[in-house]
Design a binder for this molecule. Structure first.
Ligand code: MF3
Ligand code: CO
Length: 251
C-alpha cells in the first residue's frame, strides 16, 4: 500500500468515471429529498437499492468483505459502516450515508452527512466544517502537489474549528477496484507524501468528530462509533486530478 501501485487513468477512463459519479450524485439527490423523520435506516438503503437498479448500475459495497447492504447508514455517534436496519430516524439526528456504485467496470464512491428535522447548532457546525474540510482538501488535489498537501488542508481546517480527525479510517485511490493505492489519511504534513499526478483518481473522505478522534467497533463487526459517543460527520467525493486541477466526479 502507501504509494506502491497507483493506477493512472486515461482521459477516456476519467470520462467513464465522471458518468458514474454523475449517476451516484443523482442517487444522493434522491436520498436527500426523501429523508424524513420516522424513516428507518433500512428505508434509506432501500431507496439506494431501487435507484441503483433503476439506473442499471451495480452496488459496490454489497458483498464487499461480506457487507450486507448497498449503503452504509451511520447515525449520530456512528462514524462509518453503520448497517441499515430497523433504527428509526428522529428529529435532530444526523445521518451519514456512504454509497458506492459500479458503472461499466468503474467504481464511484461518495458520502455525506444529512440532518434530520431540526438539528442542534453544534451538529450544524460539525456538518459545515466537515463539508468545508473536504472542499479544501480537494482544492489541493492537483499535479505538482503532494498527498500531504491534501491531508494537511483537511486536518488544519477541521482541528482549527475545534473538532478532531478520525485516524482509524482513510480515503483511497479508486478505479476498477473500490480501494486502490494510495491510502489518503485526513491528517499529515504539507509537502510530504507521494507526488500527485494527472490521471490519479482519489476518494477523499474526511470523518470529523465533535469529541475524541478515537473510535471503537460495535459487536456487529462493522459499525464504528466514536469512543466517547459524541457526534461524527463524514463527507466523501471521488475526485480526478487533471492538468486543469481537481475535478469532482461525484457532482
Ligand atoms: N466509503 C467506504 C470505504 O471506502 C465504504 C466501504 S463500506 C463497505 O471504505 F461496506 F463496502 F465496506
Ligand atoms: Co471510500
Amino acid at each position: 500500500m502507501g504509494g506502491a501501485d497507483i493506477r493512472l487513468k486515461t482521459p477516456q477512463e476519467i470520462a467513464t468515471m465522471r458518468e458514474a459519479g454523475r449517476i451516484l450524485a443523482g442517487i444522493f439527490e434522491e436520498i436527500r429529498r426523501s429523508l424524513k423523520i420516522g424513516m428507518t435506516t433500512a428505508d434509506v438503503d432501500a431507496i439506494a437499492e431501487k435507484m441503483i437498479h433503476d439506473n442499471g448500475v451495480g452496488a459496490a459495497f454489497k458483498g464487499y468483505r461480506g457487507y450486507p447492504a448497498c449503503a452504509c447508514v451511520s447515525v449520530n455517534d456512528e462514524v462509518v459502516h453503520g448497517i441499515p436496519g430497523p433504527r428509526l430516524l428522529k428529529d435532530g439526528d444526523i445521518v451519514s450515508i456512504d454509497l458506492g456504485i459500479i458503472y461499466r467496470n468503474y467504481y464511484s464512491d461518495m458520502a455525506m452527512t444529512l440532518g434530520v428535522g431540526d438539528i442542534s447548532s453544534q451538529a450544524r457546525k460539525l456538518l459545515d466544517v466537515t463539508r468545508q474540510a473536504l472542499k479544501l482538501g480537494i482544492a489541493e488535489a492537483k499535479p505538482g502537489n503532494r498527498l500531504g498537501d491534501v491531508s494537511s488542508a483537511v486536518q488544519r481546517y477541521a482541528e482549527g474549528k475545534g473538532f478532531s480527525i478520525v485516524r482509524d479510517f482513510v480515503g483511497h485511490g479508486i478505479g476498477t477496484r473500490l480501494h486502490e493505492d494510495p491510502e489518503i489519511p485526513n491528517y499529515g504534513s504539507p509537502r510530504t507524501g507521494i507526488l500527485l499526478k494527472e490521471g490519479m483518481v482519489l476518494a477523499i473522505e474526511p470523518m470529523v468528530n465533535a469529541g475524541t478522534a478515537r473510535t471503537k467497533m460495535l459487536k456487529d463487526g462493522w459499525t464504528a462509533v466514536t469512543a466517547d459517543r459524541h457526534l461524527s460527520a463524514h463527507f466523501e467525493h471521488t475526485v480526478a486530478i487533471t492538468n486543469k486541477g481537481p475535478v469532482i466526479l461525484t457532482a
